[in-house]
Ligand binder design. Structure first.
Ligand code: BDR
Ligand code: CA
Length: 331
């Protein structure tokens, strides 16, 4: 059962280096109890993402959390094969984890989400950090889903900044724009964590070294994966560091970081087949008036934080995997 201070969370992911960090964050946070995980194709195929997830849960000593394989293909077209140049061929920076002997559950990710939403009516909180195919499928399976789920936090989109897959589109959204359009059109409270805030909150080499020196298998593996991720981000930032897309979404979902600018506005997704495909069209025209309330709007778009994210993330991870100091060393 859920601890008194922790909410039940369902995580939908494409594990993925930053997905692995988000998973570790949710496992470590006292505010979250992960009750199920679904995977979707994105950084890697849905089945490969599930294998990574099972192995990470095994490493973290929490193998009992159910993992369901979700959609392999988006609603339109077929899976493009992943992002090995960003996340490695195995999705986790070519780091080899001990293999879990657990298997994925028989139900699909969408079925798992619907079952958990019925089990925790009004309580279940959804964090989606991959393409939104499973979430859209769950909406079709259970039209009452928006009333059963407490809220949905999505890493994706680009509100006022360029995309990372096209000039205007971010990976999670452009990998299945039709699904994303359905999810944003549903009648539920969504928090969108777009590139605007994930590209401006980075993890530096000094942070990675903290993970590597903690003396525990999970932070060690995350630090090693980040070595690969940093390699990709040199082309973006000109130095060894990385964006913190998915763990930031996890932290915002649990209320772990204070937000600075996060207006609640209308968001639509471009599903045309022109240059705008996959763009998250956020109505931010209230910018000049301090974003007055918008009638009927349900999507909180996080544009900036009131605090630095990396130290917070390291603190939460260290609360679960505290640094082991050599005997006799000063604290
Ligand atoms: C998003 O796409 C994936 O590559 C990452 O895991 C993240 O969820 C960033 O655009
Ligand atoms: Ca992801």
């Amino acid at each position: 059962m859920t601890q008194s201070t922790a909410s039940p969370f369902y995580l939908d992911c494409d594990t993925g280096i930053d997905d692995a960090l988000a998973l570790a964050y949710l496992l470590a946070s006292p505010r979250a109890e992960l009750v199920g995980i679904g995977t979707v194709s994105g950084n890697i195929g849905a089945a490969g993402g599930a294998r990574n997830t099972l192995d990470l849960l095994h490493l973290a000593g929490q193998p009992d959390i159910p993992v369901a394989v979700g959609a392999h293909d988006p609603q339109v077209g077929t899976f493009h094969g992943g992002a090995p140049h960003v996340h490695g061929v195995n999705g986790i920076g070519e780091v080899e984890l001990p293999t879990s002997d657990r298997e994925t559950v028989a139900e699909s990710a969408a079925e798992l989400l619907v079952r958990l939403a019925r089990q925790f009516p009004g309580e279940l909180r959804v964090v989606a950090i991959g393409p939104l195919t499973n979430i859209a499928e769950a909406l079709r399976l259970e039209p009452e889903l928006p009333r059963l789920v407490a809220d949905v936090t999505i890493m994706g989109g680009a509100a006022l900044v360029p995309g990372n897959m096209t000039p205007v589109a971010e990976a999670n959204i452009v990998n299945d724009p039709e699904a994303a359009a359905e999810v944003f059109a549903a009648d539920w409270n969504v928090t969108l964590v777009p590139l605007d805030v994930t590209m401006t909150n980075v993890l530096e080499e000094s942070h990675r070294q903290e993970l590597l020196s903690a003396g525990h298998a999970v932070p060690q593996a995350l630090g090693e994966m980040l070595g690969y991720y940093f390699g990709f981000y040199v082309s973006q930032f000109g130095r060894e560091c990385s964006a913190m897309h998915d763990p930031l979404a996890a932290a915002i979902a649990v209320g772990g970081v204070e937000l600075a600018v996060a207006p609640v506005v209308h968001v639509e997704v471009d599903t045309t087949h022109g240059p705008g495909r996959g763009q998250t069209v956020c109505d931010l025209r209230g910018i000049y008036q301090g974003y007055p309330a918008v009638e009927g709007a349900r999507c909180r778009v996080v544009l900036s934080l009131a605090e630095e994210f990396a130290p917070h993330m390291l603190e939460v991870l260290a609360s679960r995997w505290p640094a082991v100091r050599p005997e006799g060393a000063a604290a």
